[in-house]
Design a protein around this ligand. Sequence first.
Ligand code: PLP
Length: 443
Amino acid sequence: MTRILHRQIGGKLPIAVGGQGVEIIDQDGRRYIDACGGAAVSCLGHGHPDIIAAISSQAAKMAYAHTGFFTNEPAEELAALLVEKAPSGISHAYFVSGGSEANEAALKMARQYFVEKGEPQRSKIIARRQSYHGNTLGALAAGGNEWRRAQFAPLLVETHHIGPCYAYRYQKPGEGEEEYGLRAANELETKILELGADSVMAFLAEPVVGATAGAVPAVKGYLKRVREICDQYGVLLILDEVMCGMGRTGTLFACEEDDVAPDIVTIAKGLGGGYQPIGAALLSQKIHDAFAHGSGFFQHGHTYIGHPTACAAALAVQKVMERDNLLQNVRDMGEYLRQKLHERFGQNPVIGDIRGRGLFIGIELVSDRETKEPFAPALKLHAAVKREAMARGLMVYPGGGTIDGRRGDHILLAPPFIINREIADEIVSRLDGALSAAVSAAS
Ligand code: PLP
């Protein structure tokens, strides 16, 4: 009997004992193609010799050195590398152990920035419905997924939500894409004015929405308009690239494609590729300067910030990505995989939308393609597809709550950046089998 409180109580999970390239192997020797990188984490796949070597060499040098006493070499080198490649204005990195912690740190940075600047009345956070920023209380408060928030609502800090930028669902007939993007972005201005411009501290958004919507990129121009609005009202722009960042969409930072520079950008999953738990909040010079010229102290911290082994792993992951030109493979394979998905599922009556960027691909399931009507939530079709896929040796990341956090199903694909055409073809073929089985069981 298991002594772990698993999220799904009473289910039986296979025991993972190994990983090789794009596959995970269970105790019974079954192999699963990791077509979602767990949760868009495993960018280099499993068992990469360079990363294993970097981890063991660092671990052999020193277990841990508290950042209240020391800095360490891998953390310094990783910060320098990230800052060099980050959007303009980003000047420093703050390392944590995952995505939720990165967003907690970002929110506290934003708050302290305004306190240091003598604008303590700025405390309100605006985020978007259908977003996920993590499960710790601050990050959960910012997230817009009703199902995740509902029972914890009394514990959450006040956050205000606007609609997402989600063309498949909300672009009106006859409305151009850029026109829709402007309309969606202008909701931010309306909300800022409603709350009182000098009370708002930050707007937080994922450039490409992952877990709660299934790889939904903002349309062209949306983030640019958001940046303009933030500048106009003195609000900080925090981009959550925990899932979509670090190369997943084909550029190191997803916001590069939108040509927008945030004040803070959070990263995690692909940063360490799953070899170690690590995340970061990257902050701009103006925030750093406000702290440096003010209290001289960032009032936040965790025991494991800047952990040397985690930083060494992430540094090695980022170096391999660059050395092996993997961003190019993400772009090429992303295009190939999307094309194959369109060929296979383009006419499938239950596939409403195939979307995404790079190797971050969402497939939205609908019961009627014309009306975009979702399946009944009780069917939990996304979970059935995951189950059927596992039975066929394929891992895909399922999501419900695509529409306003309550209804809808999607499947997220986020395979390692090292895939080739053969693996992409195998993913499509196994997914086809899983989808057919799940849909026929549901009908
Ligand atoms: N932000 C986004 C966009 C995410 O997708 C996630 C996790 O899925 C998080 C934050 C939270 O990250 P973590 O689970 O590492 O705390």
